[in-house]
Design a protein around this ligand. Structure first.
Ligand code: ATP
Length: 305
């Protein structure tokens, strides 16, 4: 196995007694799109701010292409771009002028600037001063800026924030294209798990400063346990009946309404028997499809804040 492009080891950051990050190991291979997810306060932005050089870790290491990102940033961060929050631009200059300035520093051709503006739906505003850009337009310009000059790794903190659905699709398409055509790797934090599921090859799940899981999304979903969702006219009574009959599959309430049961078709006969005996026939019984959202909620105990 070749060494990953980005290799983070034991990354730790304390704020007083609070461990925002607690010994996180994380890999981003070459030309892969890695989703970085976790409940509010899990530590995603803290990790990204460390990668961006905005704060120092309490301890730990990060290497990019084998170079020490924390000790020798000048050399190691050459192929790295990070977008944390909406970047600052020269307000009196147009979008195209702002990007062209940046492209000159990155030694990128002007054609690349225009191509990125077009890919992000900003062609119509390219020659307007940035002072008049909406938040979503600035966010798109920030993403364009992060891609100028063909970096090796682009780290984006919640890039879909403030974007309308059409812009979200443009960003998704652009990331997929840049990755496949130019071999750029991405680490992307987001709460939009459907976008992460469609866009990313791998995902890292952070929870309370700890990395709880990292792997290929297809593998995580394949390993996801099968299960069922259903309702009855009295779910509390149904739960009591299932407990009385010792129905396997850990019957429980679904936070979204109704009841849940783990297991494949083998759990259905005892389920039906218990419910029918209790006079509570199941309604709307359906298999629970594996999804990143479901996997995420299970791995983070449904903690949303
Ligand atoms: P969100 O999804 O809400 O953006 P996150 O996963 O990005 O969350 P962080 O912003 O990294 O989480 O925060 C991790 C923890 O560190 C939180 O408990 C947060 O309150 C704390 N924290 C972050 N920055 C500071 C700071 N400057 N001072 C004190 N605590 C901080």
């Amino acid at each position: 196995m070749p060494a990953p492009l980005l290799e983070i080891r034991g990354l730790t950051r304390h704020y007083g007694a609070l461990r925002a990050l607690d010994g996180v190991d994380l890999d981003v291979p070459e030309a892969m799109v890695c989703g970085f997810i976790g409940p509010n306060g899990a530590g995603k932005t803290t990790a990204i701010r460390i990668l961006a050089g905005l704060i120092r870790p309490t301890r730990g290491a990060a290497h990019l292409g084998g170079l020490d990102l924390l000790g020798d940033r000048v050399h190691a961060a050459r192929g790295l771009r990070t977008l944390v929050e909406v970047p600052a631009f020269y307000p009196a200059l147009t979008g195209a002028e702002n990007l062209s300035l940046f492209a000159r520093l990155a030694r990128a051709p002007r054609a690349e600037v225009l191509g990125l503006l077009e890919a992000l739906g900003l062609s119509h505003a390219a020659h307007r001063p940035v002072a008049g850009y909406s938040l979503g337009m600035r966010q798109r310009l920030g993403i364009a800026q992060a891609l100028v000059g063909r970096p090796r790794l682009v780290v984006l903190d919640e890039p879909m924030n403030g974007l309308d659905p059409a812009a979200i699709r443009l960003v998704r398409d652009l990331v997929a294209r840049v990755r496949s055509e130019q071999g750029v790797a991405f680490l992307i934090s987001s709460h939009l798990l459907h976008d992460i599921e469609t866009l990313c090859d791998t995902v890292a799940i952070l929870h309370r400063g700890l990395l709880v899981e990292q792997g290929r999304i297809t593998d995580l979903l394949a390993a996801s346990a099968p299960g069922w969702r259903f309702a009855t006219r009295d779910d509390a009574a149904a739960l009591r009946a299932l407990a009385q009959h010792k129905v396997p599959g850990h019957p429980r309430r679904d936070p979204g309404g109704g009841l849940l049961l783990d297991g494949d078709e083998a759990v259905l006969p005892p389920l039906f028997q218990a419910l029918l005996e209790a006079g509570l026939p199941p309604k709307a019984l359906e298999p629970r499809k594996p999804s990143l959202e479901r996997h995420f909620l299970e791995r983070t105990e449904g903690v949303m804040g």
